[in-house]
Structures are given as structure tokens and as C-alpha cells.
Design a protein around this ligand. Structure first.
Ligand code: VOV
Length: 251
């Protein structure tokens, strides 16, 4: 048996994708819709306030394409709190005009591949901040789930820790060459969801997602072992942006 990697976990994460039933929404009279938006915004305000005292983080995005319209991302210290925010949304009147085409439950994860043996990663304050990250306030987000392949000679889980470390070092070097242009939050989902990791990328230039993901495709760890689920890309929404998205005349 090859040696399992040791990992460090931080906040739990819930990616909640929502699709809006526009016909249903437009059939509701304007004053009722206004009330539903207000109730939604009050709840969002509550969710956002967790960032003030670092009790979690929250982000909302408009998603392109047919797969979803909205994405709410919640980070919290416990999975119980994630369950609570899920129920808070589901009990809103606005929830009745939405469905959940996709969701992803995971936990922020850092692995030990690049940590020199014998060192305590927690001696670096940035390490804890990476485990409990405030979502970057960039204009664009990209999310996809992924696995590491377990097929014949391409079985990640049968490689020695040294082989895996070597590949992760190369992966990290590619990632670091994008410093300042894109930020990644890698979340582990083994035992929680249908894929092994969630990849959340943040940038002010959507093309950077394409460039980075393409470059990584040619790197051994992704080329041989990466298996990918559906990709979602979206734009960050302010409360005004969300109100506008739900209004008859989008600004
Ligand atoms: C944006 C840049 C970027 C940077 C700097 C970066 C760096 C690093 C480092 C240093 C490490 C290892 C230590 C740790 O921190 O865990 C990782 C770890 C990981 N990564 Fe990464 N990654 C990036 C970006 C980045 C992307 C774009 C992807 C998707 C891959 C692709 O082909 O689409 C990804 C995946 C992962 C995964 C699934 C893991 C966990 C693997 C495991 O087996 O445990 N990652 N990653």
C-alpha cells in the first residue's frame, strides 16, 4: 500500500448553484417580487456579515450558460452552519422560483506535498489564512470538480509519495507563475461529494482561467491523472447587481 498524503483542513464549503424559473418569476406580481427580493437581500446581508469577524465567507455570482443562473458560495467553520444556510435559503419565498441543478460540498484542503518534513506549517500565519480564506473579490469565478485517475498504470493512489510530490511540485510551479492574476481555493470532497476535489478560481480576467487550465493540462499530474467534471464560469454580483438581474429592465 502506498502512503496516504496527510492533509490539513479548514472551513467547510458549500457551492449552491441555482437556476431561476423565469416564467414563474415573471408571473408573480411586481410588488410581491419586490418583497421577495428584499427578503433575499436581507438574508444575503446576514450571510456576508460573517466576514466581518472572520466567522466564514460568502460570495454570489451570475453563472453563464444553461447549467445555472446563480452561484452562492458559503464557507463556515462547521458543516452544521452550512446546513443552516442551505435551509435559510430554502425557506425564502424566492427559493420557490429556483431549483438546484448542481451543488458541491467540500472542505478547504491543503496537502503536505510541498511542506518540508519536520516543519510546522502553522508557524506561518499565512497557512491558517489559506485554510480559512475570505473569498477574493475578483470580478470572475470559475468552478469545476475533479478526480485523480485510478486506471491501470495511471493510478494516482498507487504511486509512491515521492512520485506524487515531484508532480505536485511541478504543478505548484505552474500555479505560482500566475501569482497576482488568479487565486485558487482547492477543496477536498472525498467522503462528501461525487468528485474528489473542487477547484475554485478567482480572477479579474476570465481569459486567465483558460490559459491556466490549458497550461496545467500539459503538465503530467493533470495530463495523466486529471479527470474533470462540469465547468462553471460566472461574474461576481453585488446586491445591486442581483437586484438588477431580477428586475424587468437589466441595467
Ligand atoms: C492558481 C494557481 C495554483 C497554484 C499556485 C497551485 C498550487 C498547488 C500546490 C502547491 C499544491 C500542493 C499543496 C497544497 O496546497 O495542497 C496544490 C494542490 C492541488 N491543486 Fe493546485 N494550484 C493552482 C491551481 C490549480 C488548478 C487550476 C487545479 C486544477 C487542475 C487542472 O489541471 O485543471 C488545481 C488542482 C489541485 C489539486 C486537486 C490539488 C490537491 C492534490 C492532491 O493530490 O492533494 N490547482 N496546488
Amino acid at each position: 500500500m502506498s502512503q496516504a498524503v496527510s492533509t490539513y483542513e479548514g472551513w467547510y464549503v458549500y457551492h449552491d448553484f441555482r437556476k431561476i424559473d423565469w416564467n414563474k418569476w415573471k408571473s408573480i406580481n411586481p410588488s410581491e417580487r419586490e418583497q421577495m427580493i428584499q427578503e433575499l437581500l436581507e438574508t444575503i446581508q446576514k450571510w456576508s456579515s460573517v466576514e466581518n469577524n472572520r466567522k466564514g465567507s460568502f460570495g454570489q455570482y451570475a453563472i453563464l450558460g444553461h447549467k445555472a443562473d446563480l452561484l452562492f458560495v458559503h464557507l463556515r467553520p462547521t458543516i452544521d452552519e452550512l446546513n443552516e444556510v442551505k435551509l435559510q435559503f430554502d425557506k425564502l419565498d424566492f427559493a420557490d422560483v429556483t431549483s438546484t441543478p448542481y451543488s458541491f460540498t467540500s472542505v478547504v484542503e491543503l496537502s503536505s506535498y510541498t511542506i518540508p518534513p519536520g516543519t510546522d506549517p502553522f508557524s506561518d500565519p499565512a497557512f491558517r489564512e489559506r485554510l480559512e480564506p475570505i473569498l477574493p473579490k475578483t470580478q470572475y469565478v470559475c468552478f469545476y470538480p475533479m478526480n485523480k485517475r485510478r486506471l491501470g498504470d495511471d493510478n494516482w493512489y498507487m504511486l509512491s509519495v515521492e512520485e506524487r510530490r515531484k508532480m505536485m511540485k511541478s504543478h505548484g510551479m505552474i500555479g505560482r507563475s500566475y501569482a497576482g492574476r488568479v487565486r485558487q481555493i482547492i477543496t477536498g470532497a472525498i467522503g462528501f461529494d461525487d468528485w474528489e476535489w473542487g477547484v475554485s478560481l478567482f480572477s479579474d480576467d476570465p481569459l486567465t482561467f483558460k490559459k491556466l487550465v490549458t497550461e496545467m493540462r500539459f503538465d503530467e499530474v493533470s495530463a495523466r491523472f486529471g479527470e474533470f467534471g462540469p465547468f462553471y464560469v460566472g461574474c461576481r454580483l453585488t446586491s445591486d447587481g442581483l437586484t438588477s438581474l431580477l428586475s424587468d429592465n437589466i441595467k
